[in-house]
Write a protein that binds this ligand. Structure first.
Ligand SMILES: [Zn+2]
Length: 260
């Protein structure tokens, strides 16, 4: 196997398929993923933007990018006057971010911020979503985090990806065994396993962040700051990567082709 960067052009029935270039941390092998659909889970509106460059790049390559957010973000108000409007604001901001990244659909569980519970109802709702979308890859929060909703999301998605493929709860749809499952943040005990090349899309993170107007105080940036930085990163067009971690479900070597 050749070291460094790997890519494959794959054309299946139904026309163009995405080609994703991977550079492994060790440089031992290159991998491609010819996904049709990915599903990105987040605890709060905007968590998914951590992998904004990847989402934008895949969407540009014809991949259907789905986002699923567990909570309504109701506690994310930096000023008291926002309290009664924050859910509505973040709903609109989430949709604005999706337009920047080319997201096909945003699913909202609408659980209370700081109050996400790993119960049977939420597990089943997650299984139903996975079985409807039938993603080639799911992206999840990792297990090392201070935020309770992030940790609960991690546990819910890990179990739902597994149970969603089992012959249980038939009323939730036909079982779907998701081939690949990654963490996109929340892993503190090791370096990332995969660096995904997002050169040309590095500005998408701040461009999507800029749409989260209610969160600008938290980000410590103004609209002008975002505009200036997005322009600078675009002009610079430097090589860029986003970080991903494997879960027990996706081995480092021998990614199976998605052929169906
Ligand atoms: Zn969050």
């Amino acid at each position: 196997m050749r070291p460094g960067v790997g890519a494959r052009l794959l054309y299946g029935r139904g026309g163009r398929r995405a080609v994703v270039v991977y550079r492994t941390r060790t440089g031992k092998a290159g991998h491609s993923m010819n996904y049709h659909r990915i599903l990105v889970f987040g605890a709060h509106p905007d968590d998914e933007q951590t992998m904004a460059g990847t989402m934008a790049k895949l969407a540009d390559n014809g991949v259907e990018v789905y986002v699923a957010i567990y909570t309504d973000g109701r506690e994310g108000y930096p000023e008291p006057w926002m309290k009664d409007r924050i859910v509505e604001m973040r709903r609109a901001e989430g949709e604005a971010g999706d337009r920047v990244l080319g997201v096909k659909e945003r699913y909202r569980f609408d659980r209370p911020d700081m109050g996400l519970v790993n119960d049977a109802e939420t597990l089943k709702e997650t299984m139903r979503l996975i079985r409807r979308i039938r993603p080639d890859a799911v992206f999840n929060h990792g297990p090392h985090d201070r935020n309770r909703d992030h940790l609960t999301t991690c546990a819910l998605v890990l179990e739902a990806v597994w149970q969603g493929g089992e012959p249980v709860c038939a009323e939730l749809g036909e079982p779907w065994d998701t081939p690949h499952l990654f963490y996109y943040k929340g892993v503190a005990d090791r370096e990332p396993d995969l660096l995904h090349d997002i050169t040309g899309y590095a500005h998408k993170f701040l461009e999507s962040r800029a749409t989260q107007i209610s969160q600008h105080t938290l980000f410590k940036m103004t609209a002008e700051d975002f505009a200036r930085e997005v322009a600078r990163i675009k002009a610079e067009n430097a090589p860029a990567t986003e970080r991903f971690w494997l879960t027990g479900r996706t081995p480092l070597l021998g990614f199976p082709d998605i052929a169906r």
